[in-house]
Design a binder for this molecule. Structure first.
Ligand code: HEM
Length: 407
């Protein structure tokens, strides 16, 4: 197939039974898995699910934990192994928490991300997109990933949190490096880079917190600091961790929705032309882009007791990987799944997960995606690829390295 980089996700557990895995075109591998062994146990004992019905059932079932510490056998690290630092940090991260800590922490931040609160950002998001597209018109083209996909969400999340915009450029490298820590099986160099980026973030945010404690502003960081100072609802470590998660999740993923989505439209000129003439496709169009080539390919849970899915028994402590991108192309759930259909009805994809950890930023990501992609294709009906894009070798967060287009 290809000489693509090795699978760093841990999903295939070193097996090439369904590979080799091709970063630029993972779909045949996912299709084979779903068809031949929809509940597959990889050589390392990790279960991999690819059917929509099974992935949804696991993500909704609270007997599956998000906390890696429930895994059996437990991961044991030698003293000084940097992976133990990642694990310790994970314990404070909302994504990997279970109730009641998860419930407490999520409640503290969810108000800032409801569809109603987010809708108030519409004029500002449109203004930012229009400015980026004006620059693209002057330049005759843009890199959709860097100039729109990164620039828009990073500006929005900086403004929401109260992170000075002038500092945003340095985060580009940090976010990308730190988000690699989500891939389970990275080599030492990526691990060191990821950790360094995480430490840079922590140091940066702690300086910002110190400043906001003295001079609070009308932003999310100041609001969370007030909660932390009030009493025992938010510890200082949790404050740092949640701000870092919001910051990274707030743009690494949406950037890839805009990049992957625009690329999908460039490969489906009929669909792009339809959307270009019909703004009512903004909402269903983005749902279809999320289903078709979503920014998050995979998540995982641990069984906290003996459980059964489709006749397969998972022992307590088993890790179960839900390959949501494969589920989003399951023909049992979606008619003609490899076809991009912007007016697909009943588009119940799993791109934002399901259940307790359903993406907190979904409303924001949707709004940014609708305005960015909708405005881009309406403003530039002659949009064309300037060079062939390639996908980054991130596995969990899937996106392009660049998407150069002429307008
Ligand atoms: C298209 C863009 C996005 C996608 C595809 C996406 C996807 C996801 C997924 C799949 C999860 C759950 C993982 C699991 O179940 O284990 C998640 C959780 C989360 N997302 Fe997003 N996300 C996006 C944008 C955003 C944005 C813009 C923000 C915030 C500003 C955000 C904040 C979060 C947070 C805080 C969580 C953790 C929720 C929890 O554990 O309760 N995401 N996201």
């Amino acid at each position: 197939m290809s000489d693509a980089p090795r699978d760093t996700s841990g999903v295939f557990g070193g097996s090439d039974e369904f590979g080799p895995y091709d970063w630029n075109d993972p779909w045949p591998t996912y299709d084979r898995l779903r068809k031949e062994t929809p509940v597959w146990r990889n050589p390392e004992g990790v279960w991999v699910l690819t059917r929509h019905v099974d992935c949804e059932a696991v993500l909704r079932d609270q007997r599956f934990s998000s906390n890696p510490r429930h895994a059996d056998p437990p991961r044991v690290y030698a003293e000084g192994d940097p992976r133990s630092l990642v694990e310790a940090e994970d314990q404070r991260t909302l994504l990997f928490m279970d109730p009641p800590d998860h419930t407490r922490l999520r409640k503290l931040v969810s108000k800032g991300f409801t569809p109603r609160t987010v809708e108030r950002l519409r004029p500002r998001i449109q203004q930012l997109v229009d400015g980026i597209l004006d620059d693209a018109a002057d330049a005759g083209g843009l890199d959709v990933v860097a100039d729109l996909g990164f620039e828009l969400p990073v500006t929005v999340i900086c403004e929401m949190l109260g992170v000075p915009l002038a500092d945003r450029d340095q985060f580009s490298g940090w976010s990308s490096d730190a988000s690699r820590l989500l891939d389970a099986d990275i080599d030492d160099e990526l691990l060191q880079r990821g950790l360094l980026a995480a430490f840079n973030f922590i140091r940066y945010f702690q300086e910002l917190f110190a400043e906001r404690r003295v001079r609070p502003a009308d932003d999310l960081v100041s609001a969370l600091i007030a909660v932390e100072e009030e009493g025992d609802r938010l510890s200082e470590e949790e404050l740092t961790s949640i701000v870092m998660l919001l910051f990274i999740a707030g743009h690494e993923t949406t950037m890839n929705l805009i990049g992957n989505g625009t690329y999908a439209l460039l490969r489906s000129p009929d669909q792009r032309a339809r959307w270009g003439h019909d703004p009512s496709l903004d909402v269903p169009g983005v749902e279809e882009l999320l289903r078709f080539d979503g920014p998050v390919h995979v998540t995982a849970r641990i069984a906290t007791e003996e459980l059964e899915v489709d006749g397969h028994r998972f022992a307590k402590g088993n890790t179960v990987v839900t390959l949501v991108s494969a589920a989003n192309r399951d023909p049992a759930r979606f008619a003609d799944p490899a076809h991009l259909d912007l007016s697909r009805s009943d588009n119940h994809h799993l791109a934002f997960s399901q259940g307790l950890h359903y993406c907190l930023g979904a409303a924001l990501a949707r709004l940014e995606g609708q305005i960015a992609v909708g405005s881009l294709i309406r403003r530039f009906p002659d949009l064309e690829l300037a060079s062939q894009p390639v996908y980054r070798d991130h596995f969990v967060l899937r996106g392009l390295t660049a998407l150069d287009v002429t307008v």
